[in-house]
Design a protein around this ligand. Sequence first.
Ligand SMILES: Nc1nc(=O)c2c([nH]1)NC[C@@H]1CN(c3ccc(C(=O)N[C@@H](CCC(=O)O)C(=O)O)cc3)CN21
Ligand SMILES: CC(C)C(=O)C(=O)O
Ligand SMILES: [Mg+2]
Length: 267
Amino acid sequence: MSVAPVSVATLAAMKARGERIVSLTCYDACFARLLDRAGVDLLLVGDSLGMVLQGHATTVPVTVEQMVYHGAAVARGRERALLMVDLPFMAAATPERALDNAAQLMQEGGAQVVKLEGGEWLAETVRRLSEQGVPVCAHLGLLPQSVNRLGGYRFQGRDETSAERIRREARILEEAGASLLVLECVPAALAGEISQSLSIPVIGIGAGAGCDGQVLVLHDMLGLNPGRPPSFSRDFMQGHSSIGEAVAAYVAAVRDGRFPAAAETPY
Ligand SMILES: Nc1nc(=O)c2c([nH]1)NC[C@@H]1CN(c3ccc(C(=O)N[C@@H](CCC(=O)O)C(=O)O)cc3)CN21
Ligand SMILES: CC(C)C(=O)C(=O)O
Ligand SMILES: [Mg+2]
């Protein structure tokens, strides 16, 4: 028996009902099948694959072609879960480039939602994409594609000026037509406030339990991070003897609001 596939409308309805949205990154068909069957709602083919799979120090080297390759693999494994793909570094540098690259991600890469990193400057791009029928996920807070400007992977929005900028940009991108928002590494109070004030679902990573949903990098939550895992992650293999069990435990913990706990909420 098949199940109704998840759409951005499904996620909006979940937010309206107060049901938490469960998301993980996913880069291949095998994991897509496993995560889909475990009840993950939203699969993100993240450009984090440049670090996790390819061994780069940042996500900057990742290309649109590589996102298409992994997107298509995940698309072949999924059935119910919605498939979101990152536009990688510089792929949304102009609205025209963003439209061309989003077309490729959707037509060849199986993307059902396209995610892009950045604030107010992307409003026109979000409007154009959404006019063309592309569901867009905005991404604010820590922007890993800007690591060379930022000088490291640090929490954002910790002072009032920067918090107010994130609030404002979230509003602007929603008004421009974004269907979803990812908030990465921002204080829980700020993320909770933005989640309540926006009508679109807000998915947090390192952003506390007050968001409408949670996302983690798959390898981090399976304890496969070779270095020190980010402080906001949890190793769900602890106490579980299979990957399927660990993923099911993550799904249940997010749904019940048990993840992230205080220990995984640095600010
Ligand atoms: N494996 C992996 N996990 C991720 O969450 C992730 C990636 N890769 N690659 C792309 C971005 C980069 N991200 C990162 C990477 C490191 C930290 C980190 O170590 N943060 C410190 C806090 C730093 C500070 O605010 O001073 C931490 O302890 O969490 C955070 C986000 C999130 N994304
Ligand atoms: C960390 C998430 C949100 C992401 O953008 C990625 O995995 O690339
Ligand atoms: Mg990304």
